[in-house]
Ligand binder design. Sequence first.
Ligand SMILES: Nc1ncnc2c1ncn2[C@@H]1O[C@H](COP(=O)(O)OP(=O)(O)O)[C@@H](O)[C@H]1O
Ligand SMILES: N[C@@H](CCC(=O)OP(=O)(O)O)C(=O)O
Length: 420
Amino acid sequence: MANAPATAIHGAYPRHNGLVTSASLSQPTTGHSRNPRADLLGARRVVVKIGSSSLTRADGRLNVPALRKLVDVLAEVAGQGKQVVLVTSGSISAGFMPLGLDRRPTDVATAQAAAAVGQSALMSTYTDAFGAYDIPVGQILITAADTVRRSRYHHAVQAFERLLELGAVPIVNENDALATSELRFGDNDRLAALVAQLIRADALVLLTDVDGLYDAPPSQVGAQRIPLVEHMADVADVEVTGRGSSFGTGGMITKLQSAEMATQTGIPVLLTQAANVGRAFAGDDVGTWFVASANRTSRRKVWLEHAAAMTGRLVVDEGAARALRDRGASLLAAGIRRIEGDFVTGDPVEIITERGESIAHGISAYDAGELPQMLGRSSDDLRDEFGESRVRAIVHRDDMVLVRATVTDVHSVGGMQVAD
Ligand SMILES: Nc1ncnc2c1ncn2[C@@H]1O[C@H](COP(=O)(O)OP(=O)(O)O)[C@@H](O)[C@H]1O
Ligand SMILES: N[C@@H](CCC(=O)OP(=O)(O)O)C(=O)O
């Protein structure tokens, strides 16, 4: 497939906005008295994501030598006492040849079949490669649906924690054989950020086919690597594409989304070329280092903002929209015009205006079935008719995150991509 056209998120990248490119600075020291990459040396728990572009040969098949090279480095990193979680692509690449297909499938059903066959082949290759170092691996396949309810999210945390305690390397991919309809992650970049948050990683390493974020798509003459990003807003104007190699999904856009999700919760991100993984773990000046944000958002709020697929919608009037946005209020029944979807207490819901504008994501304190009789009514009215149990807010402020225009808000629907 041809590369997607460049998507300027907010226009062209200004070269003199305080950011430093590799050509103007050989050592990444802006605002720091030390090399921030040294944080990776001290990290105890690391999530490493390797993308399709680095694991796929020109003919579309799995690049086994590249996989083995990665494992050699990760085994050494694990041997130094770090806990490593690997998020890997490659299920379809590994699956189409064994099925007798001569090229990667493009239709959904055959891609599902290739993913089912390929995922086990992929795992067997990783099991062998890590096995040479006596390191056990455990497969964790995640679907977007697993991130909808907090209870499933916590269940996933438990699986990771136990695998790590037992000295295994958890190997994660999206459950491609089943996650081909409705909402799905699509790319593994945001999945990796979610996993990093889930297990409270100390760092996230995104491995791809270019050595970091460039100030323009690297195919453009003169594009320069940006070694250090202190605030995501600094790269709001960098021109990025939605797809780089013919096999990658998401391109730089989803990598920036991933970096934003992780840094918001205090996890620094290194984005570099797969070939540089050894140097990255040695603290060398490779790739782009995204500094963890000092103003941390709670994991719960980041989950709500980016990762949770919304189960329903609450359509609110203009007064309620202003109260949420300008006064930081909780959402009361009085401001809700109608509800859409079938959800239960604790499900994530989107709050939108009647014009369809997205205001916030939040956790509903009620089942969808309880709401119709409450809509548009004041708290006093609700108390008189139903008692105290129906006076609490529909979505409490602490369970809500406003939808912001972010550096990475393109191409996402409720934090997820909709399957083609
Ligand atoms: N500003 C940019 N800086 C760096 N890479 C970019 C930029 N814009 C687009 N890209 C492209 O993003 C691609 C990486 O994304 P992708 O192909 O999805 O990789 P992966 O399979 O590793 O996830 C690179 O090959 C590169 O061409
Ligand atoms: N889950 C898919 C990979 C999705 C994908 O291509 O993601 P990415 O590596 O971020 O470009 C697979 O195993 O083929």
